[in-house]
Design a protein around this ligand. Sequence first.
Ligand code: FE2
Length: 290
Amino acid sequence: MNIHPISGSIGAVVTNIDLKNPISDRLTEDLRNALDQYLLLTLPDQHLDATQHLKLCEVFGSPIVNPYGPGQPPHPELTHIIKEKDDGAGVFGGGWHTDLSFLEEPPSGSILCAIEVPPYGGDTLFSNQQMAWETLPDPLKAMLDDRKIVHVGKPYGIKWAPPLEEQSMKGSTLRNDPNADRERFHPAILRHPKTQRPGLYLNPTYSLRLDGMSEAESRPILDSIMQHATLPEFCCRISWSAGMVAVWDNFSTQHYAVNDYFGFRREMRRASFSGYSIQDYISSRPQDAS
Ligand SMILES: [Fe+2]
């Protein structure tokens, strides 16, 4: 397998590999190490079916069912993300976010397979949150040190539900769930269990406020941090082709699906996995390192 970085900050393209074949222990190790290092892997021309998609998932952890977008039987772990050509609503995953950060146990990563892509547009941006933490000004670092951030599932709850016309995938996602409005507290900084690199863990889609501060008090601080967290220097932008696969670390990155392909259909298949748990990160906080 060959690995080539796709930007100076995040992501690598992996070639000379066919994930339709059985995945050896050696290859499993290499793929895990590559994800730990680059946080995002793209693998063009794989054309995986549902079973192969789940097999790849098992390289990194156990596939989990997205409670707000379960797949159809027999593969509830596989969510089809479809935007029809005449769908003028928002795109699923539009806006910077990490997947399902408002859950008690957010997934540690996701794998997206491109089934049908528009002739242009429909890219996804990723941002390296370890680099964002490293370069955060010291006063903001001090604000977050040992701090928890409150996350809520705004698009899926009642209290912050977006207007109906702006909702993506209305028919296939669970909405108006009061449990999604429940506040969940996660550390603002997560240290990667393997590489020991600390990263920011917050995002504008689900992060509501800093623990110990109101929404209004938190807003300017969060806005400032989030603006920093997605500076172009920390980002890469990937263009999809049919059959392409992307795997990302959901605790050390944010991503953004660009909604610029009205008039074209796009279909992706997503699986999320629980590999490292959020406790694996919490148990290795920055001050614990030598
Ligand atoms: Fe996402």
